[in-house]
Ligand binder design. Structure first.
Ligand code: SF4
Length: 236
């Protein structure tokens, strides 16, 4: 059986399963060779809560781009202390970042999409790929209804773009209301920016609050049109 056939089989097996069953499966199969990318969005807090509930050995990592909101660092500190989680924090390569800033400036992302992607590559994509090398699976909080680019994503995928490993999206079918309902029922803390109108949590200079009726990811790179992705969730 090849990888795609295996993933088809796993997706069929877990088609109508609870996200917790999917997480338990990955945890049992890979243990500490599986990791979870947390940016403290509501979706991530749901998954973090599930990981905690099964005492999983899956490591939780944060991509600290150096441009996160101050509220994100405070929230991370609070969750680390209250939930007893030791987050692994990934940083951009200092030399590459210094070189980029000296050539293009600290706020290069506002000038063009090309320059924005240069920043995302050094601050997010490269540290992620370096960390995922040698891992067997990574878990994310993405959902199909967040954006058109994610609408055909599966619960279990093969991540070619990040070096070839399993990518697991346990709450892929959940709507925003399902996330809110889980958060409320389980009394899960919510990142403070949500109460200021944010619907997605990213880097401070590249994320704004959204208005009623706007798309969930409209606040990300709001000055750009088209695909609202940083490059870590590319399909190929
Ligand atoms: S979201 Fe903005 S600040 Fe963050 S890495 Fe991408 S371009 Fe840079």
């Amino acid at each position: 059986m090849d990888t795609e056939q295996e993933l088809d089989h796993i997706n069929r097996r877990f088609q109508n399963s609870d996200p917790l069953d999917r997480i338990q499966y990955v945890s049992d199969l890979y243990g500490s060779k599986a990791v979870f990318a947390c940016s403290f969005q509501k979706e991530d807090m749901v998954i973090l809560h599930m990981l905690k509930s099964i005492n999983s050995k899956i490591n939780v990592f944060i991509l600290d781009t150096g441009r996160l909101h101050e509220e994100t660092y405070s929230f991370m500190d609070m969750i680390s202390e209250e939930w007893g989680i030791n987050f692994t924090v990934l940083y951009p390569d200092a030399e590459s970042l210094s070189d980029l800033i000296s050539r293009r400036g600290i706020n290069l992302f506002y000038r063009s999409k090309e320059e924005r992607h240069m920043c995302c590559k050094i601050r997010k994509v490269d540290p992620l790929r370096k960390y995922l090398a040698g891992k067997s699976a990574w878990i994310t909080g993405i959902r199909r209804s967040q954006t058109g680019a994610r609408e055909d994503s599966q619960a279990f995928e093969w991540d070619h773009a990040n070096g070839g490993l399993m990518k697991v999206n346990p709450i892929i079918e959940w709507k925003r209301e399902t996330v809110d309902s889980y958060i409320q029922s389980n009394k899960i803390p919510v990142h403070p920016l949500y109460s200021m109108g944010y619907m997605s949590i990213g880097c401070a200079p590249c994320t704004r609050a959204v208005s009623t009726g706007e798309d969930e990811r409209a606040g990300r790179w709001w000055w750009e049109s088209g695909l609202k992705e940083c490059g870590i969730h590319l399909r190929r």
